[in-house]
Design a protein around this ligand. Structure first.
Ligand code: ADP
Length: 504
């Protein structure tokens, strides 16, 4: 069969470790799924945002350029002198750096002459064929890596004119890209790259931020692309990793707390079981201790009553046995009663100044008979100059009696009892030494615990309840003192009872 603690451990494993594992596995799976879907969502959102941003840039650019062309068209239609009006219009439109108007036969309508070799660039683009092409394919064309735009206008009288203009990249960056993209709310980095992948504009330094995706512009900026980079720390994967760490940490703490709880409960349970066992031993021991002297008293009493003992000497002997056993009974009952009073917190002590030597001798007197009968060599030495000490004389006597009783009980063949009393550094120290069985070092700390008996001591064939030394310790501490033991197995023990000389 399983022991209670093994059953407890199995139960704890089942009830706590198993659910914790399930929670951990479920948590891990759902975090993985969540990680995957949030990554997808993040990319989708970034793509939507990028498309929207590109649209916005194009619309703004188109609107600005259309407004400009409308005004040029209006001037052409009005038939008024072009030069001054167009110069003025250009000066007020920083986005357009240069403007050339070319007639259907390739002749320059505005300005009067080509500038800075522009003819080489614009000439072929706006040759006669350009008018036909524009008329065929739509009214606008953006060429030369987004720098040059062509548009078809008409003069008064219906004659077509090609307007070719050069965009100013700086103004485009400042007034179009900056104003539209800079205002977007997004944690990503948005940049515009030219046909060679160079950054024309970027909302924040790109550094080595990973590239998320890139979308193209349509008609207005056909060679450029809008690219989205992931800002440092904004990755959903990082957020998920943080969550995983948090989750793992919390789970770890939980497991540690649960494990600590299990260990604490298990230890408590073990202590309780041990205590229950000690208590039941105690009841058996006390009953046994009560029965033995009682049967001796009864037997000797009955013998005397029947008048069978005629010899006076033997009769006296019997009386002494009855008295000694009676005293032993009283001591035992006092011990148990005092112990239960102490346990219930009802014990009180009445302190009075007491002479030490008479107290020791009176205590020893009660053991005169067993000591003599068992052939003990008794040595008592009390320092001559001991002052009176404030104490509860009955309680200290009881403590001493317990120490002496033990010295007798736990002696082997070497029967010696030494009681020594002296003052030392403000303490009254009474030592009770024997040359008996001794106590193993690992037991020395436990013998003062209630109900504790070494090796459940009746194995040593000696009777006892296990409360004697607990009582001694309590009495010593109630006086502000202490009790200690020095002992070696087979060599005997020496108990020192220390009480403060000044009283407590
Ligand atoms: P008990 O009623 O068993 O004597 P105590 O509380 O007086 O209970 O003592 C606790 C245990 O300490 C004893 O069971 C015994 O094993 C050990 N012990 C006490 N005094 C001595 C001693 N003088 N020599 C050896 N062992 C001792």
């Amino acid at each position: 069969m399983w022991s209670p603690s093994a059953r407890f451990s199995a139960l704890a494993l089942l009830a706590i470790v198993a659910p914790a594992t399930i929670v951990a596995v479920l948590g891990y799976v759902s975090i993985r799924q969540w990680g995957a879907s949030s990554e997808l969502l993040y990319r989708e959102q970034a793509r939507d945002m990028a498309t929207m941003a590109a649209d916005k840039v194009e619309t703004t650019l188109r609107r600005t350029e259309d407004a400009f062309l409308d005004r040029v068209q209006a001037l052409l239609q009005s038939g008024a002198p072009l030069s001054g009006a167009l110069d003025e219009l250009l000066a007020g439109t920083p986005l357009i750096r240069r403007l050339y108007l070319i007639g259907p036969r390739g002749e320059l309508v505005y300005p009067r002459a080509w500038r800075d070799g522009d003819q080489d660039i614009f000439g072929p683009l706006v040759s006669a064929g350009a008018v036909r092409r524009l008329a065929r394919e739509g009214k606008r064309e953006v060429i030369a890596n987004n720098h040059v735009c062509l548009a078809l206008l008409t003069r008064r009288g219906g004659e077509p004119v090609v307007a070719a203009f050069l965009r100013d990249t700086d103004t485009l960056r400042r007034e179009i890209l900056e104003t539209t993209l800079g205002a977007l709310e997004s944690s990503t980095i948005i940049a515009v790259l030219d046909h060679e992948g160079r950054t024309v504009y970027s909302r924040a330094p790109i550094g080595d931020a990973p590239r998320l995706l890139s979308v193209g512009f349509r008609e207005e900026l056909p060679d450029w692309r809008l690219t989205v980079y992931q800002a440092p720390g904004a990755s959903p994967r990082q957020a998920v990793r943080r969550q995983v760490m948090l989750f793992t940490g919390a789970l770890g703490v939980l497991v540690v707390v649960i494990a600590a709880g299990i260990v604490a409960t298990w230890r408590l349970m073990r202590r309780e079981t041990e205590m229950a066992r000690l208590k039941s031993d105690f009841v058996a021991n006390v009953s046994h201790d009560l029965k033995t002297p009682l049967s001796v008293i009864r037997m000797f009493g009955e013998t005397l009553e029947m008048g069978r003992v005629t010899d006076e000497g033997r009769r006296q002997e019997y009386y002494r046995v009855i008295t000694r056993e009676g005293e032993r009974l009283s001591r035992l009952i006092d011990n148990v009663l005092d112990f239960s009073r102490i346990e219930g917190g009802r014990q009180t002590y009445s302190m009075t100044p007491t002479a030490v030597e008479p107290l020791i001798r009176a205590t020893l007197e009660a053991f005169e008979y067993p000591l003599a009968q068992q052939g003990f060599k008794v040595a008592v030495s009390v320092a001559a100059d001991l002052p009176e000490v404030t104490m509860d004389a009955d309680a200290v006597q009881q403590a001493l009696a317990n120490l002496i009783d033990n010295a007798i009980k736990y002696s082997g063949d070497d029967r010696e009892l030494t009681i020594d009393s002296r003052a030392s550094a403000g303490w009254l120290v009474i030592t009770v030494s024997d040359r008996g069985v001794g106590i193993a070092p690992e037991e020395q700390g436990k013998i003062f615990e209630k109900f504790y008996r070494v090796g459940r001591s009746d194995t040593q064939g000696r009777r006892g309840s296990g409360v004697g030394l607990a009582l001694v310790r309590h009495i010593a501490e109630a006086h502000g003192g202490s009790v200690t033991v020095e002992s070696a197995p087979g060599e005997g023990s020496r108990f020192s009872l220390r009480l403060p000389l000044g009283g407590s």
